[in-house]
Write a protein that binds this ligand. Structure first.
Ligand code: F6P
Length: 550
């Protein structure tokens, strides 16, 4: 049965006109409402009072979560049921941060014990490299790491690496070390990733769940050629390691499987940051202490997801507003606006987590979903976003936004003679923007300010634009883990409500197949035979001919 058939969905649809009659300017006058629309957990404050929602909306959304069996589906995920039905797989990223002694059994195997075994392996590998016990082919310490991977094997690790880069303890642990990521198959990306690096002091980590991803494998061969050119073929054993579920392909590539760290098919690519995919590069750069705090933060939100009642459950609330804004109010985009430069890679990571997960056209049973699913996620750290796309957000389209801010900076600066610290300046914007979106500015207010009549329509702000405000203490590795899990689970909750499979990604396949056909053509056309372009439609044929022309 489609979710549109359940009573709460129908009631919410009927409730929309009532909500459309309200304006946040009025709703936010109600102190009791504001107080009731705050949820707090483990240092995270979520204020959702700027959502276009009344007490009735909240009741109906909670009813919807129950009728969609969100709590039951969360439990099924966490106990390892094979909820990724099109790939017949469990979805167990929560097991990656489960604590010692917890037990989750999949196909007769306690996966938590497996996870901890691999974590010990990562710790000892990273300790050996960081201490210099593991030396390069010339006997030098390996101080630099190039992590090669794409999609889920890149976006999450880079998000976390950037987020903790200026955490004082993590920064201290990273002194003298460098970590670069290489994802794009564009040779400019490999040139940039290797810039300033010396093969003799570089460890290359090839990260790929399948170890067959074309971009990653070509990049791995490119970097291997760079290593071998200077150090010789034998150096590969000391300078290249792998993270993969496909140890056969790792060996075929020429990396010694004893230098490979495994993970499991129940870890989805975009949900793999807390597996070896993220932990290996992060532990090499920042050491195990930072990594274990990051894991603890993610685990704390996993527990919260499983234990907190719906009305206080942060990821469920975030997911419910995602559904409300997109499926009922018709807002198909949403913005992630961290007031933290260190979170510059949050939006790119969550784009994959959310859009690859929920951008689907059919329900779990294969029936076409009678409404649009998935949202277009984008974002940029404040205040940079303010000077870029906020114009549209204030006076153009309605884009529900999440504002994420911190009480303390990772790197505080307070200049003599300035009225506020640099962090307070940043946060002044953080507190102002959600209100500017919600309240707007009326023609009457502009008139009272003696604004020229002809400019009043241009300076008017309609307001009534929804947002969430997330306020945390400080961007520590623990908080990064919390944020990661919060957004992973928000996506899952939305998928559970929409009744789709948030854990497969068939939509990425077609383009890959066509690229293979183009690759074969380019190779044949550039060979001595100079094969003519054939087998494509007229437009692509003409474009390829132009591309290949001398
Ligand atoms: O973009 C498609 C995808 O399959 C992602 O889901 C995955 O994270 C990425 O490719 C990389 O895959 P792999 O880790 O197997 O190289």
């Amino acid at each position: 049965m489609s979710i549109t058939e359940v009573p709460a969905w129908k009631k919410l649809a009927a409730h929309v006109p009532e909500v459309r009659k309200t304006h946040l300017r009025e709703l936010l006058k109600d102190a009791a409402r504001s107080k009731s629309m705050i949820a707090e957990h483990d240092g995270i404050i979520l204020d959702f009072s700027r959502q276009n929602a009344t007490a009735m909306t909240m009741n109906l959304l909670i009813e919807l979560a129950k009728e969609a069996n969100v709590p039951g589906k969360i439990k099924a995920m966490a106990r390892g049921d094979k909820i990724n039905t099109t790939e017949n797989r469990s979805v167990l990223h929560v097991a990656l941060r489960a604590q010692k002694g917890e037990k989750i059994v999949v196909d007769g195997v306690d996966v938590v014990a497996e996870v901890h075994k691999v974590q010990r392996q990562i710790k000892s590998l990273s300790d050996a490299v960081r201490s210099g016990k593991w030396k390069g082919a010339t006997g030098k310490k390996l101080t630099d790491v190039v992590a090669i991977g794409i999609g889920g094997s890149y976006l999450g690790p880079e998000f976390v690496a950037e987020a903790i880069r200026n955490d004082p303890a993590a920064a201290k642990a990273a002194v003298g070390r460098r970590l670069h990521f290489l994802a794009n198959v564009d040779p400019t990306d490999s040139a940039r990733a290797l810039e300033g690096f010396d093969p003799a002091t570089t460890l290359v980590v090839v990260i790929s769940k399948t170890f067959t991803t074309a971009e990653t494998m070509l990049n791995a061969r490119t970097v291997r050629a760079w290593l071998v050119a200077k150090l010789g073929e034998k150096a590969v054993a000391k300078h290249m390691i792998a993270v993969s579920t496909n140890l056969k392909e790792v060996a075929a590539f020429g990396i010694d499987p004893k230098n490979a760290i495994g993970f499991w098919d129940w870890v989805g690519g975009r949900y793999s940051v807390t597996s070896a995919v993220g932990l290996v590069p992060l532990a090499l750069q920042y050491g195990w202490t930072a990594v274990s705090k990051f894991l603890a933060g993610a685990h704390a939100i996993d527990r919260h997801l499983l234990e907190a009642p719906i009305e206080k459950n942060l990821p469920i609330l975030l997911g419910l507003f995602g559904v409300w804004n997109s499926s009922f109010l018709g807002h198909h985009t949403r913005a992630l606006l961290p007031y933290s430069q260190a979170l510059l890679k949050l939006a790119p990571h969550i784009q994959q987590v959310d859009m690859e997960s929920n951008g689907k056209r059919v329900a779990l049973d294969g029936s076409v979903i009678p409404f649009q699913t998935g949202e277009i996620d984008f974002g940029e750290p404040g205040t940079n976003g303010q000077h870029s796309f906020y114009q549209l957000v204030h006076q153009g389209r309605v884009v529900p936004a999440d504002f994420i801010g911190f009480r303390k900076s990772q790197t505080p600066v307070a200049l003599k003679g300035e009225v506020v610290s640099n962090h307070d300046e940043l946060m002044a914007n953080f507190f102002a923007q959600p209100d500017a979106l919600a309240f707007g500015k009326t023609a009457a207010e502009l008139k009272a300010e003696n604004v020229d009549e002809s400019l009043i329509p241009h300076k008017e702000f309609p307001g009534n634009r929804p947002s969430n405000v997330l306020l945390l203490n400080q961007l520590t590795p623990y908080a990064v883990g919390q944020l990661l899990a919060l957004y992973e689970h928000r996506t899952a909750v939305q998928g559970f409500i929409w009744g789709l499979n948030s854990f497969d990604q068939w939509g990425v396949e077609l383009g890959k197949v066509l690229a293979k056909q183009v690759r074969t053509q380019l190779s044949a056309s550039r060979s001595k035979k100079k094969a003519p372009v054939a087998g494509f439609n007229p437009s692509t044929t003409a474009l390829l001919e132009r591309y290949l022309a001398k």
